[in-house]
Design a protein around this ligand. Structure first.
Ligand SMILES: [Zn+2]
Length: 179
C-alpha cells in the first residue's frame, strides 16, 4: 500500500501553498499521541503512530491541492466488552486550499476545502487529524464473540447501550470547514 519510508516524523509546520507550487511530496510518521482530539477517543489513550503520505500540487482547475493518505492501527474501547480492540483507520486525503468558506463551496465535488491564511506556515498535524477523525469507525467492536457465552444464554442483558457514544460527536464534524 505504502512505498515511502516512515522512519522520520512528518514535519509539523510547513507552508502548504509553497509545497503545492513546488510539487512537494512529504511522508513520515505522526505520533497519534500528539493528536489530542483523537487520543481522547482511544482506549486508555493507547496510541500508535500514523503513517502519512502527502503529495502537493496544482489541479486541472488551477487549485492548489494536497492528496494522499494517513493510516494507523488505533486501539479503541470495544463497546460490547469494554476491552481494547485494535482497528485500522485509513483516511484518504483530497483537499484544495481556499481562503474563504465561499471559495470552498465552489470547489469541484472531488475536493474538500482546506481553509488557510493567505500565506505562511500552518500546522499539518491539525489537517491530518481532521481527516483521520472523519475516517474513524462509527462503532468499535471485536469481530469475534468477546462476551462470555454463559451470559448470552442466561437471559441477562449482554449488550447494554453505552452511556455515551464518543463517536457521535464526529458526525457533527462532517461538512465543517477545515482549519
Ligand atoms: Zn469486545
Amino acid at each position: 500500500m505504502f512505498s515511502a519510508p516512515y522512519d522520520k516524523p512528518l514535519p509539523r509546520q510547513g507552508d502548504p501553498r509553497k509545497f503545492a507550487q513546488q510539487g512537494a511530496r512529504i511522508s513520515g510518521y505522526l505520533p497519534v499521541d500528539e493528536l489530542d482530539r483523537i487520543k481522547d477517543l482511544l482506549h486508555d489513550g493507547d496510541a500508535q503512530a500514523a503513517r502519512v503520505d502527502l503529495a502537493f500540487g496544482i489541479s486541472q482547475e488551477r487549485k492548489l491541492v494536497v492528496e494522499g493518505r494517513a493510516e494507523a492501527d488505533m486501539v479503541f474501547t470495544c463497546q460490547r466488552c469494554l476491552g481494547p480492540v485494535t482497528l485500522p483507520v485509513e483516511a484518504s486525503i483530497g483537499l484544495a486550499m481556499v481562503r474563504t468558506e465561499e471559495e470552498g463551496k465552489r470547489l469541484p465535488r472531488t475536493l474538500d476545502p482546506w481553509l488557510l491564511p493567505e500565506e505562511g506556515n500552518t500546522d499539518l498535524y491539525t489537517m491530518v487529524e481532521e481527516e483521520l477523525l472523519l475516517s474513524l469507525p462509527t462503532v468499535a467492536y471485536h469481530e469475534e464473540a468477546c462476551i462470555d457465552e454463559q451470559l448470552l444464554s442466561s437471559g441477562e442483558p449482554v449488550e447494554p447501550e453505552p452511556a455515551e457514544n464518543p463517536f457521535q460527536v464526529l458526525k457533527q464534524l462532517k461538512g465543517s470547514p477545515k482549519k
